[in-house]
Ligand binder design. Structure first.
Ligand code: FES
Length: 143
């Protein structure tokens, strides 16, 4: 069996939603200290909905495919759905990632949550305790 699924290869070769949103409502940046990869997610939020999302990823193919798929999964969706997106769901949507590449999908989940936290803070909106706990647990760079 090939190491990477067709979907991973497709999103790696033709990533969706690459770029920057000027004056984004929320920006989330995360890195993995071990591999050195960095992912940045930009959100445009209208009402309670993610009107637009873009990403910049400096990292491996799985990280690029994960960012691309994650942005597709949250575009046009309410914030609650984006907050509920797990790295496992991103990996499943890609028809799977090799075990040693699962951490690449974690970056996507973290970057999205951080971007939403950034949005809440910039707009003086309350950040739920659950999200604050998540931020504490995932705030630093992973070992
Ligand atoms: Fe670290 Fe993919 S190898 S994000």
């Amino acid at each position: 069996m090939a190491l990477y699924t067709e979907k991973v290869m497709d999103h790696f070769r033709n990533p969706r939603n690459v770029g920057v949103i000027e004056n984004a409502d929320g920006v989330g940046e995360v890195g993995n200290a071990k591999c050195g990869d960095i992912m940045k997610i930009y959100l445009k939020i209208e009402g309670d909905v993610i009107a637009d999302v873009k990403f910049e990823t400096f990292g491996c193919g799985s990280a690029i495919a994960s960012s691309s798929m994650a942005t597709e999964l949250i575009k046009g969706k309410p914030l609650s759905e984006a907050l509920a997106l797990t790295n496992k769901a991103v990996a499943e949507a890609l028809d799977g990632l090799p075990a040693h590449k699962m951490h690449c999908s974690v970056l996507a989940e973290e970057a999205i949550k951080n971007a939403i936290i950034d949005y809440y803070r910039k707009h003086d909106l309350p950040v739920s305790e659950e999200l604050l706990n998540y931020e504490c647990a995932h705030g630093g760079e992973e070992e």
